[in-house]
Write a protein that binds this ligand. Structure first.
Ligand SMILES: [Fe+2]
Length: 410
């Protein structure tokens, strides 16, 4: 795959330093190396321990960039000055996540998700009453989604996948925001730009608050008049977002163009190809992926791998193929939280996917399909195993409780 790279610079918090100045607790913004040339899964990350620090030094680079808002700055050597750990994501302000155990990560992600759904529910209610949307209400939530997606994407994404019919619209908004962070990271966008895309993702469907429930939740096909009303949600979203004080063009375009399609068949403007902003295309891809993999009033969730196959087929017409490939690289062909069947005829839950090893994730084996019995859960890194994934499977078909295993993985 050709490497897709879109980036701009925001120098506010970024400092270029010599390798000798690098310390544990600093947040690497850019290693100034192509991703294939270094041993880390991401270009941006926190240096958590001396081992990570040594790996960077050993890679032979002379200078790199750090983000001094997300990590310690030059001259700070005391580990006590690293960001403090807070386990409860609050809606009052952004939480800086330093070191959390897997169980704490799960609790953090679950609380974040619950808070986010509540906030979106409140915002949509206010929109319904004709009130404007306050950007300050959304900022801490977006910061928390960004922090957790940068630190433990494999915990938040599977949770974001589990939706209920009743709360679909709120849950979908949060899920789209989280997925857009994974997408932005694989495109190597600056963190500030990813944050704006995620904000656009969070707000992309707020116009749906103005669509009558009987149309929004209709189990059957919409007639022409109903479809016209439904389509208008994008125009309403754009109006509401444009009216927000301090909103960026990135966030606005991300939301306003999420139903435009690469071949010009989308709406509301029928934009084509490059006429659609990168950010609008990103939310368009993420929106469709999340919608078809979720439980809806009119369809069952499609397993993530099948959804990605479909989207790959649709790319070229509906989406830019390069972007669909980058999206798949970000979440993996078998995304975290998926149920898979191995060559050994065992079932496992995908626990962690690294962009450079999307076919060889870390899998937790839980069931023996030959003997038809549960097995003691075992974590296997497929990049160091002879076993291979044979197929993706449905939790429902095997009667496996997805939430139980999301929690058990923590
Ligand atoms: Fe939409």
């Amino acid at each position: 795959m050709q490497h897709v790279k879109y980036r701009t610079r925001d120098r506010c918090m970024i400092r270029e330093i010599a390798i000798e100045q690098l310390r544990v607790g600093m947040y690497v913004y850019d290693l100034n190396l192509a991703w294939q040339a270094h041993p880390f899964a991401w270009q941006c990350f926190l240096i958590e321990d001396a081992d990570m620090l040594r790996k960077i030094v050993d890679s032979g680079i002379a200078r790199l960039e750090i983000d001094n808002e997300l990590g310690v700055d030059v001259g700070v050597t005391d580990a006590k000055q690293e960001p403090e750990v807070q386990n409860e994501p609050s809606s009052a302000g952004p939480t800086i996540i330093a070191k959390l155990s897997p169980a704490e990560q799960f609790d953090f992600a679950r609380n974040l998700y619950a808070n986010a759904n509540r906030l979106m529910q409140g915002i949509m209610q206010e929109v319904r009453m004709g009130k404007p949307v306050d950007l300050a209400q959304c900022q801490p939530l977006v910061d928390n989604i960004l922090d957790s997606m940068f630190r433990f994407p494999s915990t938040l994404l599977p949770l974001a996948q589990m939706k209920t019919r009743d709360e679909y619209t709120f849950q979908h908004s949060v899920s789209v925001a989280a997925l857009s962070v994974s997408f932005g990271r694989v495109l190597e966008l600056p963190r500030r730009e990813i944050k704006e895309v995620a904000l656009g993702g969070l707000l992309h469907d707020i116009g749906k608050a103005t669509v009558p429930g009987k149309i929004l939740n209709k189990p059957g096909k919409l007639d022409d008049a109903e479809f016209t009303i439904m389509k208008n949600h994008v125009v309403r979203s754009a109006e509401l977002i444009r009216a927000m004080d301090g909103i960026s063009e990135i966030a606005l375009n991300a939301a306003a163009q999420h139903h435009e399609r690469f071949d010009g068949t989308g709406y509301p403007q029928g934009l084509k190809g490059e006429q659609i902003s990168l950010h609008g295309q990103m939310i368009g891809i993420v929106d469709v992926y999340d919608a078809i993999t979720s439980l809806r009033v009119y369809h069952k969730p499609m397993p993530p791998t099948e959804a990605l196959q479909k989207m790959y087929e649709w790319s070229g017409a509906h989406f830019d193929p390069k972007l669909v490939q980058a999206f798949i690289k970000g979440i993996g062909i078998y995304p975290a939280g998926s149920l898979v069947r191995m060559d050994s005829d065992k079932l496992g839950i995908v626990r962690e996917v690294l962009p450079e090893k999307i076919l060889q994730p870390i899998v937790q084996l839980i069931y023996d399909c030959k003997r038809l019995c549960n097995i003691p859960p075992e974590l296997v890194d497929l990049s160091a195993s002879d076993d291979r994934i044979k197929s993706h499977e449905s939790f429902e078909a095997w009667g496996i409780d997805q939430m139980h295993w999301a929690e058990a993985g923590a």
